[in-house]
Design a protein around this ligand. Sequence first.
Ligand code: ATP
Ligand code: MG
Length: 555
Amino acid sequence: MAARSMYLRPRGPGCACPLQGGGGGVMGAGTMTDQASIFVGGGGEGYGLPQQLLLKYGNRHGLIAGATGTGKTVTLQILAEGFSAAGVPVFMADVKGDLSGLGAAGSEAHKLHGPFMERSAKIGLELAYRAFPVTFWDLFGEQGHPVRATVAEMGPLLLSRLLELTEPQEGVLNVAFRLADEEGLPLLDMKDLQALLVFIGENAEAISTRYGLVATASIGAIQRRLLVLENEGGAKLFGEPALDLADLMLVDGSGAGRVNILAADKLMNSPRLYATFLLWLLSELFETLPEVGDPEKPKLVFFFDEAHLLFDDAPKALVSKVEQVARLIRSKGVGVFFITQNPADVPEDILGQLGNRVQHALRAFTAKDQKDLKMAAETYRPNPRFDTQEAIRDVGTGEAVTSFLENKGIPGIVERTLIRPPSSQLGPIDPALRAQLMVQSPVAGKYDRVVDRESAYEKLRARADAAARDAAQAEAPQDEDARDEEPADDGYRRARRYDGGRAEAERETAPKPRSSAGRSDSIGTAFAKSFARQLGTKTGQAVVRGILGSLFRSR
Ligand SMILES: Nc1ncnc2c1ncn2[C@@H]1O[C@H](COP(=O)(O)OP(=O)(O)OP(=O)(O)O)[C@@H](O)[C@H]1O
Ligand SMILES: [Mg+2]
């Protein structure tokens, strides 16, 4: 009972005891003292000391691990509640659709009310129900505000990962980005990239001379991969208005950080898209946010659920970039919490950076399970009162072995902890409330409609049209009589449309060329020569954003 009584003892101003936590379970919120922290749990008899996550170490990252059904999602929920209540905006992907409950208060009518109260009593928490301000996002624009990125922002490295390209294909994509950059062809949406690839295909020879071999087979392969992505609905991710990161960092009128929830149930059908998108978001945050050193609370906390997807057969180069992003983003005040079943899924270099840990039960059926369990246990500072390995195997649902960074950033001794119940609703909210919250959201209407401004596709098309007009004008004098007599020859034009660049070559010898060269489908052919002349002159402004330059754009 020692732990329990310690709980109840007031600790002066900025007290971090749960009974004074405004009922929401966040202690000291508003009184930002050294002790400002999120109450995670405790438990009294059979459990350890009360556990709290110090807000000033919220940017030292974290891990929530455990077998299926052991309580990871609820732990994520209570941490998100804690950050939000402390004025820290949060971003999370809702993989199973059970996190929308953050937008509604838990209630007496709640079916788990009894166990919740029992649990609260055990850990000395006066549970008060409350809702948190939520913003729903959805790559597919169905269950939340659409979230988009431009192709240029995504950059060749992440895009290659997304499309599962081979190295030579990635090489071609790099050339495409470089070319877009130098030629002033903004890559915003999928059709920009597609048009650029067509252009590169049609001018492969001239482009290869400058940038090294661009194999048409590789171009074809990329085009096919883009088609697959399009069929999966991935095209929706690309375009404008692109996500304004400031919209993820909002605080509501009462000072609570907004909880951004990305619908990820459908997204999980394309694990690559899911992982790449979240990684992109992290890298954008890294690139965009200013250095803040060690803030007294994080600027944003990012929960990366199903984190193993990020690392599953990821090339070494990518893992080291993730490791780099995780290390550097800390000083931007962003905390990243990885959620995964098995901590062994997270590469060691990254695992070593995760200061705040909640380890729910791990099963140990196979020899590999046992090895993983042992490894997981060894990463904690031992507690003389129990064996960590045994505890990780034995803890029940909603219980965990925990360790949080203490003052001076030293990991606390491992404790066996009964995790507090959430203040918000457990499980999803109904669609009507979701729709209502979306209407009331501060970004309502901002992202709903796609804006298709002039970019690579339109520019390439315009160039082709202009080249065609020039050609037609040059040929006009000898063509004039013929044009009067001859009606538009659609058959001929259609033939030109389908024969790619060949008709262009034929025109050199054909007695009566037609002015149909400007059709969008013959992009590139009409100005291959002018393009060749332009090579060597850097005309375009840099359209590819920095981030991918410093971290993901180059190897
Ligand atoms: N801290 C808690 N307080 C009260 N109940 C809890 C707590 N943690 C877990 N539970 C109960 O256990 C159930 C399963 O927890 P949860 O959904 O968090 O597991 P999970 O590890 O995320 O599972 P999965 O791997 O299937 O996603 C919850 O629906 C809830 O009933
Ligand atoms: Mg879960």
